[in-house]
Design a protein around this ligand. Structure first.
Ligand code: ADP
Length: 501
């Protein structure tokens, strides 16, 4: 019994130990499980948090999407441009904005669900438009396509379309933005018409100008021919004139010699050297003497003038004392002036004391003008000689026999007022009188040879009509110019001449 008990006790003991071992194992397993549960719980908590965050983000995205959709919708609706959205495959309009409906004058309900071709004039749909539209859609970047839309009432309008393809609810759609460019097109058309009109006018004008040009060219050719003829005629005339002048110079010389004999011998007879004369003989011979002297002065003038014209008279420049020259010339006419109670005066201030000129010829000029003044001034008149220094426009002398450095007064420059850049120091002489004056008609001819204002039948004044042309020739030999001024008949005259010094 005891043994049995002992065995039982041992068994119990062993069971107890086993149990204890099992309990330990169980505890350990429990602890492990606890740890795993804890870890898993932590993991789950993390995942949970991540999920929560994702949900929150999703919600935010949803909200943003809604907002963006709302914004797009507003933009879509309020856009000034017409926008149509159509299914890309079928071309059915699935949406459009108010501007789109207004562009074609239809209600939205009349458009949505209809094919997009309802928007365009039928003649443009076939071929061109659909082809261009497809090409247009294939391009990466949206480019404007210009075409027309047709309104419900049948009016066409010009539009420029930009199309984009995108996906909407799993379907490919085309969004077309239509801009009404009818006004712009009309303006362009108006401009084109104006331009075309202008082109026509330019063309017409060009034609007119071409015609005028041709006419002008013809006239120029004619003129050139006429000029050539004139030049030839001038050359002939000049040669003839030269021959005439040479002839006159020779003839005058031939005439002078016998005439000087006539004058010399007549003077001897009048002075009664060969013996006494009766009254009639003396009277007649005195007439012969005075006529011969007149003839000699005429021949002398002709000779001088011919020499000037033939270019045979030359300037012999020397230093000239102007004051003395004027005084001498005045002395030569003093006696005649006194006889007629004519007052002579001179003002020769403001000029260089000495000038370079041909003294004898300059004296002849002043003397000729002074003697004319005395001749054409009634008793008790006045005659005045004035000189002043002036700067005057000159040009190079280009006449026959002009030396290279010869300067001519430019007749185009204003009298008395210097013009141009090439100015030269000059002296202006003026001889004014209170005589018979010169009418504007006579002004043009008094410097021509043998021109006298009075005709021979009514002649009161002696003369040959050669003095002024010779005077002009002598002034021009100095490179100067001469002209006359008068306010008319009875109003006196002024003769002015300018020479470079
Ligand atoms: P003439 O020998 O006749 O004086 P001129 O050639 O000297 O010839 O002058 C031509 C004409 O010019 C004169 O006949 C006269 O009619 C006019 N004339 C010249 N000087 C004067 C003057 N001082 N006053 C008015 N007329 C003048």
């Amino acid at each position: 019994m005891a043994g049995k008990l002992k065995v039982r006790t041992d068994e119990l003991e062993t069971s107890k130990e086993k149990l204890a071992t099992q309990a330990d194992a169980l505890r350990m397993a429990h602890d492990k499980l606890e740890l795993r549960v804890q870890k898993r719980t932590e993991q789950l908590a993390r995942i949970n948090k991540e999920l929560e965050e994702e949900i929150a983000e999703h919600k935010r995205d949803q909200k943003a999407l809604k907002e963006s959709e709302k914004k797009y919708r507003t933009q879509f609706e309020e856009a000034l441009d017409a926008i149509f959205i159509a299914e890309s495959e079928t071309g059915t309009i699935i949406d459009c904005n108010q501007a789109g409906a207004e562009l074609v004058g239809r209600a939205k309900s009349e458009l949505i669900g209809k094919p997009q071709w309802i928007l365009h004039p039928s003649e443009e749909i076939e071929g061109k438009l659909s082809r261009t539209f497809k090409e247009h859609l294939n391009q990466k970047e949206a480019q404007a396509l210009e075409t027309h839309v047709i309104t419900k009432k049948g009016k066409t309008r010009d539009v420029s379309i930009k199309a984009n393809i995108f996906e909407l609810k799993g379907k490919k759609v085309v969004q077309g933005t239509f801009r009404d460019i009818t006004d712009q097109k009309q303006a362009e058309e108006a401009l084109r018409r104006v331009h075309e009109g202008l082109e026509i006018r330019v063309q017409e004008r060009t034609e007119e100008l071409t015609k005028a040009n041709a006419q002008l060219r013809y006239e120029i050719t004619e003129r050139q021919a006429a000029e050539a003829e004139l030049l030839q005629a001038k050359e002939v005339a000049e040669t003839a004139n030269l021959a005439k002048s040479e002839f006159l110079a020779n003839m005058s010389h031939e005439l002078r010699t016998p005439l000087n004999h006539v004058i010399g011998f007549t003077e001897l007879v009048v002075d009664k050297h060969p013996g006494d004369l009766n009254e009639t003989q003396e009277e007649y011979l005195t007439d012969v003497l005075s006529s011969s002297k007149h003839l000699l002065s005429l021949i002398n003038d002709i000779l001088d003038l011919s020499k000037v014209e033939a270019g045979k008279m030359e300037i012999k420049p020397s230093d000239v004392n102007l004051k003395m020259l004027v005084d001498n010339s005045l002395t030569m006419v003093k006696e005649k002036a006194m006889k007629h109670g004519i007052q002579l005066s001179a003002d020769i201030k403001e000029i260089p004391e000495i000038i370079t000129a041909d003294e004898r010829k300059l004296k002849q000029v002043i003397y000729n003008l002074l003697s004319n003044a005395v001749k054409f001034t009634p008793d008790a008149g006045t005659i005045r000689v004035e000189t002043r220094a002036v700067d005057y426009s000159v040009r190079p002398g280009l006449r026959r026999r002009d030396p290279e450095d010869f300067r001519l007064i430019d007749p185009k420059s204003n009298k008395g007022e210097p013009a141009g850049t090439q100015l030269q120091k000059c002296v202006e002489f003026s001889i004014s009188d209170t005589g018979i004056g010169i009418t504007p008609e006579d002004m043009g001819r008094i410097f021509s040879p043998f021109e006298q204002v009075e005709n021979s039948t009514s002649r009161r004044y002696q003369g040959t009509g050669l003095g002024l042309s010779l005077t002009k020739g002598l002034v021009e030999l100095h490179g100067g110019i001469i002209w006359a001024e008068s306010e008319g008949a009875g109003k006196g005259s002024i003769f002015r001449f300018i020479i470079p010094v």
